[in-house]
Design a protein around this ligand. Structure first.
Ligand code: IPE
Ligand code: IPE
Ligand code: MG
Length: 243
């Protein structure tokens, strides 16, 4: 009997390994980041086909400013180029873009590009694509607390959630990290409280549809208990008998 996998509603990905992908080919690191954009396009399409509702990707962290200046400026230019090239198709495909992260640290050109891309896709009702750029989980928690304090509002789990950059989507069901590293690197610290994790040794540019399906299959086989016992989960949702 073949059972179709449970597709996560919200997948979040730490797209890691672009630099190593390039270095292994004796190419500059930026060539790996360019290939990473192609991989993201393929992954977003695959998510649409599989019925995923929300895809959140980590594209530039608060800590990535510590990289060599030419890599940082290359990444900023690549973002601007990718937006100019990809947004018209994303618009046609019904994808709604959101950028999550601190805008203040970005150039006016980049900020305008982000705002235009969001406005161009604001009416779309298909896949929600959140691009975390100049994002850090600690930054998000701190800025949410600061904005509540400035408004004189009480800090609760619900009010903090509502003031954070990902308030418009439910928490991720599945967090994938490519590139073989097993750490969170300041991604979605608040929102990943009950996410399932999947670590792939593939470098991000090599993460294709089959790798995505492998992650979804692994997710599908997990039992999400949210603090309960296995017996409680099974009595609420008994597994279908094979045959
Ligand atoms: C992830 O790939 C992309 C960004 C952080 C912008 P890396 O650039 O970290 O690739 P590796 O880890 O050096 O291979
Ligand atoms: C995390 O990758 C950030 C992004 C994918 C954008 P890094 O490559 O920067 O993470 P660390 O520094 O190895 O933990
Ligand atoms: Mg890395």
């Amino acid at each position: 009997m073949s059972v179709s996998p449970v597709v996560p509603h919200h997948i979040a990905i730490v797209m890691d390994g672009n630099g190593r992908w390039a270095t292994r080919r004796f190419l500059p690191r930026l060539a790996g980041h360019k290939q990473g954009v192609d991989s993201l396009r393929r992954c977003a399409r695959a998510c649409v086909q599989r019925g995923v509702g929300v895809l959140t990707v980590f594209a530039f962290s608060s800590e990535n400013w510590n990289r060599p200046a030419d890599e940082v400026s290359g990444l900023m230019e690549l973002l601007a180029m990718a937006l100019a090239r990809e947004v018209p198709q994303l618009k046609k495909d019904g994808v709604r873009l959101h950028f999550v992260g601190e805008r203040a640290g970005l150039s006016t050109k980049v900020r305008d590009g982000l705002a235009q891309a969001e406005a161009a896709t604001a009416e779309n009702t298909g896949l929600v694509l959140n691009v975390c750029f100049n994002y850090g989980g600690r930054w998000d928690i701190a800025q949410a607390a600061a904005s509540l304090a400035a408004r004189g509002e009480v800090i609760t789990e619900a009010s903090l959630h509502g003031a954070m950059g990902m308030a418009h989507v439910p928490d991720p069901d599945l967090v994938i990290r490519t590139g073989g590293e097993m750490r969170i690197s300041n991604f979605l610290l608040w929102q990943a409280a009950y996410s399932e994790f999947f670590f792939s040794d593939r470098l991000w540019p090599d993460f294709d549809e089959s790798a995505l399906d492998e992650a979804i299959a692994a997710f599908s086989s997990r039992e999400r208990r949210f603090g309960k016992t296995s017996e409680q989960i099974l009595s609420a949702h008994p597994h279908p008998m094979p045959g």
